[in-house]
Design a protein around this ligand. Structure first.
Ligand code: HEM
Length: 89
């Protein structure tokens, strides 16, 4: 299992975009939610729509609870590199 110290590019994270291998990127962190698709109270379809891209807005729009935010850390496998965007746009 990878650890939080893993650094990914968005391109690499976006390759994991299937039901069997589903990563989502939220607020610069990368989550492997493959094992959570069937458990997600919001359904697997929203996660499958949110995979392969930055899903921060969708995640925030859903108004997730504090416990959801704690739970998601179990699925965190690393974070995005910021090397491609060293300065704010
Ligand atoms: C690791 C990532 C995620 C975890 C652990 C997670 C967990 C949860 C949990 C526990 C709930 C139940 C309500 C609550 O406690 O807030 C929930 C609801 C929901 N989630 Fe997520 N979620 C994740 C990612 C996402 C993403 C990326 C989206 C959108 C693309 C999303 C969309 C929703 C929606 C729409 C609901 C509301 C369902 C309803 O009220 O009928 N979630 N999620």
């Amino acid at each position: 299992m990878a650890t939080l110290s893993e650094i990914y590019t968005m391109e690499e994270a976006a390759l994991h975009n299937t039901k069997e291998d589903c990563w989502v990127v939220i607020d610069g962190k990368v989550y492997d939610v493959s094992a959570y698709l069937d458990e997600h109270p919001g359904g697997d379809d929203v996660l499958l729509t949110a995979t392969g891209k930055d899903a921060t807005d969708e995640f925030e729009d859903a108004g997730h609870s504090k416990s959801a935010r704690e739970l998601m850390e179990k699925f965190c496998i690393g974070r995005l590199t910021n090397l491609r965007k060293p300065f704010p746009e």
